[in-house]
Design a protein around this ligand. Structure first.
Ligand SMILES: [Zn+2]
Length: 116
């Protein structure tokens, strides 16, 4: 029989794990790995206890969806920028300047090697 679940799941309030400071990593002198206090998530509940897996899994999925949404929004923004008059030309000019700077650096380095 399936476990009974609350009708409205709410993302639990979390805090950064006090042991690993939210990194989720344990770095000892002789070993390293996932932090044992927060199970490697970097988060603990309000009570300071690691989060139950039933809460973690939907939280991870939501986070993944949020990040995917942000990436898509950034892509769209970039595409719009490229359609703004003058932007493509400015990008090409900047690329050209960068290549020129690199060529100058290379020349200076070669001169240095030759000891001139
Ligand atoms: Zn931790």
């Amino acid at each position: 029989m399936a476990k009974s679940k609350p009708l409205h799941w709410q993302e639990p309030t979390t805090e950064n794990c006090p042991q690993c400071n939210g990194s989720g990593e344990f770095r000892g002198m002789f070993s390293s790995g996932p932090c044992a206090v927060c199970d490697g998530t970097g988060l603990v509940g309000e009570n300071g206890e690691p989060l139950p897996v039933e809460d973690l899994l939907p939280m991870l999925r939501r986070q993944r969806d949020r990040i995917a949404g942000q990436i898509e929004a950034a892509r769209q923004h970039y595409r719009q920028l490229l359609h703004t008059p003058g932007v493509r030309e400015a990008l090409a000019a900047e690329h050209e300047r960068q290549q020129e700077r690199q060529r100058e650096k290379d020349m200076a380095f070669r001169k240095k090697l030759r000891g001139v």
